[in-house]
Ligand binder design. Sequence first.
Ligand code: 9MR
Ligand code: 9MR
Ligand code: ZN
Length: 504
Amino acid sequence: NADTSEVVYEGALVNQISNGMTNETNYYGDFTNVMTPGRYYIQTQMGGTSPIFYIGQHLYKTVASDVLRFFSIQRCGQELSGDVFGELGHGVCHNGEHIVYDQIDITNETVDASGGWHDAGDYGRYVQTGAKALFDLMFAYMANPDSFTDEMGIAESGNGIPDVLDEARYELEWFMKMQGENGEVYSKAVTQNFALDISPDEDNQPLYVLTPETTAAGDFVAALAMASVIYQDIDEEFANECLEKAKITWDYLQEQDYLVAELNPGDINAGLYRDDKDKDERFFASIAMWVATSDNTYLDSAINTLNQDATAANGVNYTNVGAYGAYYYLIQDNAKDNEELYNKLLNSFITEADVAVNNAAIDGYNTSIINYGWGSNGDIVNNGILMMFAYDITGEEKYQQTAVEQLNYIFGKNSLNMTFVTGYGLNSPTQPHSRLAKAKNTQLVGALIGGANSNREDTVSSQIGWDVPPAKVYADDYLCYSTNEVSIYWNGALINLMAQLDLF
Ligand code: 9MR
Ligand code: 9MR
Ligand code: ZN
């Protein structure tokens, strides 16, 4: 007990695992039985003393608020008032007309595509990653509506609507502007090059919306159809508008029966979000339309897509969103009316979650990934979400227990001895790749950084020797963007996992 110096528990190390990802041997002690709230530390006979930690209820309340508030900090096209956002405050940014860019070059068409969230450390806005973040905010709210208060410190706090829904609506309204007249959906709102390290309101480069993509269209339908259900009791008119717009794009997608994907056209150098498969977006879109309307035509379409590609029901990341659709189907009251579909989706869902659980069981830190690439922290949290979805459906403890370990990794149970959320813990990133924080020379609080990336994809991490094991390739350096960048789709995943675990 850190306050009384009294020894409250003694035990032996119970196990050891050799860890190839970190070049360590990891040892375990189990103090589950110590449940009295307080401040503690652990000492081993080998000589180590741990930092002081807390045992108690609702320890994640403040961090969860800040993780959500990050979305407000990423808002584009709106003033961030200094009263609410302190040194991060800035004037309206990126809200001029956007020039439409087709597959080859600029056209003479322009649209108003202002709004939405800046994606990450850059100021681009991307439908696919925005959708992934929206799915997480909406599933988080559905799982645990009572945790989301109206006082999380954003501009709309106190308006009678849970802040998480104010926040999601900001992006949903931008989505609506990314819809073309025939239902197509532009994929990105960007500038030709990433901005210098300046405040977003000083970035005066011409704005473009890029080529419509079918993955963006599928994401758009899924997000707006889900929103039409969630906002029904909050603002019926808005909810109905969401469904109308979702229908228009759904119809367009039926005519557009093949993948339209585009990397950066012409001389555009925006973020590359490669996704060469749209079946999972189409599948989730169909399920979400079915839930919103109860019209079985949509379910037939989901089954059809699944028959074409069974992997359409996999994934909770920005390229593969199918498992969101599978889970959304499985939790509906009438899901078992179609027993064949129910069993098929349950099976594929559990198979995917089990792979992650089994990987975690043999990893020294119980992390569920087997390689550390760009956004490894996001991958770990996403697996935690899958596990909690599996726990919700099956009630099997192993899913919840392993999901907790994914969160523990993020908050300090890792070989870098770090809390990967800025502003929290004893050792967390101080130089994240965020143009806003850099330009304002101030700290971001509540941002999850990408994490260890053994591929060494920037000039800083490429200096890290090849003797450094995969899970340790990381630098708290602004220029180490392939390990130390922030993003909406990692923060969204984190808030979802925390909500699923009922931690705040
Ligand atoms: O800042 C950019 C970051 O948001 C992207 O994730 C990353 C990869 O696309 O690129 C960063 O921009 C770098 C650019 O690609 C090369 N010059 C240095 C830029 C960072 O300061
Ligand atoms: O998260 C993205 C990762 O999967 C890609 O490998 C990488 C390179 O294209 O880009 C990452 O996303 C960045 C995007 O390109 C630009 N905005 C910031 C994103 C987060 O680092
Ligand atoms: Zn902006």
